[in-house]
Design a protein around this ligand. Structure first.
Ligand SMILES: Nc1ncnc2c1ncn2[C@@H]1O[C@H](COP(=O)(O)OP(=O)(O)O)[C@@H](O)[C@H]1O
Ligand SMILES: [Mg+2]
Length: 290
């Protein structure tokens, strides 16, 4: 089966001209750590296949290059070398086939539009009848449990509801792949748990391919079918690739879950340590991880 997303020997280095072009997609930029070729790559030889309908989690410490990787897959950011394909075609620029959800809903929602209009906005470029647009908007709002709140403005919503709204907007345009960059990172623990459960249900219902970034090990094990663990920058690569052995819904208090997570934690630390002592990750020419 052809993978939905395939990544072969992907390397990324932020050239200094990224600065001049204003390519600042990430908040945690330290200008002193720009990888201009002397210090190394941010990402070095990432190799991965993601199948259609897969819930794939990227796990890694802050600053290791998770956002960089997702932005390249989204088509928001150019790669330095390697291949990144969707359905066998090279990803060049953004596409409605890939929906994006960011950590900070406030940065992407329109404060002057209601819940309904924020979601409907995603359908603007689509050639659909007015009725069809209304129907899709209502469906997306229902999918995330915001029915009844259509007339509210983002500022009238809680953080969790704003994140639901962002998810609804991404789903409204019916993308094939949903790319989520730490979408629950800014939420309180309780809301986060609720949204994690909801996301699994939405994924099961819609059968979308989901690429989800987190730095939280427990969240990764709760959500992912597959987990790619990134080593640390510079030269971050996939240090470990895991198939989570649990069915859904998962309970983070189960003994098996706790044990598996602890085991993964040790493995993650070991992989990162090993990576730090191995300056040149090998390119993969024949075999692709996954
Ligand atoms: N536009 C940019 N120019 C230069 N360096 C950047 C830029 N964006 C990110 N970086 C650097 O690349 C590394 C990875 O960043 P990022 O992908 O945001 O990591 P993560 O999402 O895992 O926290 C960091 O060291 C960051 O400082
Ligand atoms: Mg990030």
């Amino acid at each position: 089966m052809e993978p939905k997303i395939s990544i072969v020997n992907l390397c990324k280095r932020y050239e200094n001209d990224a600065k001049e072009k204003g390519l600042f997609f990430s908040k945690n930029i330290n200008p002193d750590r720009i990888f201009d070729g002397k210090e190394g790559y941010v990402l070095k030889n990432i190799n991965l296949n993601i199948q259609e309908g897969e819930f794939h989690v990227f796990l890694g410490a802050s600053g290791c290059g998770k956002t960089t990787l997702l932005n390249i897959i989204a088509g928001l950011l150019p790669k330095t070398s390697g291949e990144v394909k969707m359905d066998g075609k090279e990803i060049k620029g953004m596409s409605p086939e890939r929906g994006l959800v960011f950590q900070n809903a406030d940065a992407v929602l329109f404060p002057w539009l209601t819940v309904k209009d924020n979601v409907a906005y995603a359908l603007k470029p689509k050639k659909l009848s007015k009725q069809e647009k209304e129907k899709r908007t209502a469906e997306a709002i229902a999918l995330v449990g915001l029915t009844g709140h259509e007339k509210k403005y983002p500022e009238e919503l809680s953080g969790g509801m704003r994140q639901r709204l962002q998810i609804a907007r991404s789903f409204a345009s019916d993308p094939e792949v949903l790319i989520m960059d730490e979408p629950f990172g800014a939420l309180d623990a309780q809301t986060r748990m609720v949204l994690q459960d909801e996301l699994v249900q939405i994924w099961k219902k819609t059968k979308k391919t989901i690429l989800f970034v987190t730095h939280d090990l427990s969240e990764a094990v709760l959500l992912g079918q597959k987990i790619s663990i990134l080593s640390a920058a510079p030269d971050a690569c996939i240090a470990s690739y895991e198939t989570v052995p649990f069915s859904y819904p998962r309970n983070s208090e189960d003994q098996d879950f706790v044990q598996y997570t602890a085991q993964l934690h040790r493995k993650l630390n070991a992989a990162i340590l090993a990576h730090q002592h191995k300056p040149e990750p090998e390119p993969v020419s024949e075999r692709v991880a996954g």
